[in-house]
Design a protein around this ligand. Sequence first.
Ligand code: ZN
Length: 573
Amino acid sequence: MKYIRQRVLAAFAILALAISGCSTHETADTIFINGTVYTVDEANPKAEAVAVKDGMIQAVGNQQDILKFQGDDTKVVDLNRMTMTPGFIESHAHMMGVGYNKLEIDLMYVKTYDELVEKVAEAVEKAEPGDWITGRGWHQDKWIEKPDNMVKGFQTHEKLSAVSPDNPVWLRHASGHAAFGNAKAMELAGVNNLSIESLQGEVEGGEIIKDDLGNPTGIFTERAEGIIGKLVPQETEERAEQALELAIQECLRLGITSFHDAGSGQAYVDRLLRFKEQGRLKIRTYTMLTGTQPELLKEWADKGPMIDPDHQVTVRAFKLHTDGALGSRGAWLLEEYSDRPGHFGHETVPMERVGQVALMALESGFQLCSHAIGDRANQEVLDQYEMAFNKFPDLNPKDQRFRIEHAQHLSLDDIARFGEMNVIAAMQAIHMSSDRPWAIDRLGERRIVEGAYVWQKLMEAGATVANGTDAPVEPLDPLPSFYASIARKTLQGTPEGGYEADQAMTRAQALKSYTLDGAYAEFEEDFKGSIEVGKAADFTVFDKDIMTIPEMEILDTKTMMTVVGGEIVYEGN
Ligand SMILES: [Zn+2]
């Protein structure tokens, strides 16, 4: 019904444009003029200006057409020739992970101990006395120079403690096997040269590193981390709200207007609903319920999907995790790993469970999204989907839009099945860029060429490929992933010509994968994902024309404006 109404509206608006000159159109709330607008609407791919009324797109056209919608109260936004696209849709990432990362200091790119100390000093300035300051990702072997004072291969706490006398500091090592605290943190935990021996005795398999005089240096390894780690405030609801707030801000800063969360629980959904009610949820969300909580899926299957008429908090998918990753050789393969004979990886959930959840999803109107990376996992999941579809002959499998998350490595025979069953491949182009240089060791030349990150083959088979980043695994910024989609290179621009370049997306395909195809992957393509009359006024504005600039320049492009439902929710400079 709504679909029909939108089409009627569209027809009406086209008519209105056709008879321009006569002043019958309603005035717009906002007009965006003087832009380079890529609409992702095949019938009308480029425009200069857009008129918005009540959060929806009222007209799309050239400057003259749209100026006719200007009334006394119309806000006029001059895009100054910048590039506007439909709002970007992140189709697979983890909202709370993105937020929690922002609550901590990121030490991954720190090059010296002094730089680490500087970052902590900045955080101390913003903190209240007594607040814990936490961070992660430091690695002393990656520093370009070592501090003068090292004990057992690690730095010592004095400089760190000097910049943070009143705030306990706790910084986790990149490996996850050690952490670094300051004097305040050690004081709170009762760690000093008198207590160190007895504490050490309590932590089998861990070490409190001490200097020649027997003083703790601030480094705690393995199980000794718990001595201080247990004092760090746990994930309270207050902290979760803070994280969500930061994640939303991060989305808007990066031009993301819709976000598919790849696996969360009830507390997350409740938090989104609360944010919506309080007017703090500035983006649109789509949630996959995590299959790690079987009772959660059961409960939702009983009550059915929650489809938000306001298009802000929709819960309509189940998420399953069926194998590991290629890096750790956990991805489940049909043939052995090239760099570990006899090893095939493994499934992380019994396949019968995938079948059961697929049936439950079909019965209750949910979409199923299964994480599968290796070709065996992909094949087995497709088998389970097929089996489930066969049990519901009255349902058209194509309407179910089941998804496979990542779909990184596929057997040639299975590629066509994505098209046949209309299984959406939710892929993160940036993973290709980051992983392809070493993934060839795992899979070898033939398998890489035939079936790894085969975006073009999937699209040729009729499958929808939705794009994203899997943040916080990769940074949330869609532009590096957009770049990877078209260049198939590392972010350093290597290799020349790209990896398996015949699988690169065109820019138009890449833009669609990040907009309209993302909308399709959440059943929202009639509402958003392209700049068409009657659709939501969700836009992203970039300072450069990402559809024409040399590909390397995409990585220097900035988001200048993010618009959700006609409201400018972010402006860059
Ligand atoms: Zn993920």
